[in-house]
Ligand binder design. Sequence first.
Ligand code: IPE
Ligand code: IPE
Ligand code: MG
Length: 236
Amino acid sequence: MAEFENLPLHIGIIMDGNGRWAKKRGLPRKMGHRAGAEAFKKIATYANKIGIRYMTMYVFSTENWKRPKDEVDAIIGLLRNYLVEVDNYRDQNFRIRFLGDLSAFDADIQQKMEEIRSESANNTGLTLNLAINYGGRDEIVHAARKLAEQVKAGVLQPEQITEASITENLYAGDEPDVDLIIRPSGEYRLSNFLIWQSAYAEYVFMDEILWPDFKPTHLDQALLAYQKRNRRFGGI
Ligand code: IPE
Ligand code: IPE
Ligand code: MG
């Protein structure tokens, strides 16, 4: 287990490699997503146990609608299951939030997400953000529109738009910037994840592992790599 000092306040994970994991085993891609959902639950539990305060998990991007309908349906089916079984995690005291344009989902899913968000809002454990139908650019567009509405209503002057006011209008505007972004599976890109919040993030790309195989020891490895970084934020 990693040392508890100097933990990142906020970790983002791009849960990538489910499809390749399934392909390697001759299984349909949806089986990779199912295994990925299990890894997600274990890592959320572990992160909470070691005292991580915020974690944002990339579940489904605004670009992932391009995939075949049966794959998209399988991912949404897994989301539905999680929304039902999330009750089992009550003792973990997670504060659960959903980041993204949720209006794309069926009314029952939206309602369940809202229930979970509000019921867990005062919990004091890990803040667990699920990024679904999430895109970093889309998030910034939404923030820009909200600010534009305020300007139009005459309650905000254009020169009052600041980095802080843009941050406040993001999906989780009260949360700190992401400190560490982890991506398994050998892809070295952000794929539109937390692009505003990652301005000074540290990145750990893990080539040797696909998301469904990601274990607490891999999170430890990433934390150890993070702890060795010298973050200067433009200073010396
Ligand atoms: C990540 O795994 C899950 C989602 C994007 C929903 P992928 O499905 O992208 O897996 P690969 O990259 O095809 O292996
Ligand atoms: C990013 O993975 C999205 C999620 C993990 C949810 P993708 O597999 O969609 O990213 P690209 O297409 O390889 O950039
Ligand atoms: Mg992928």
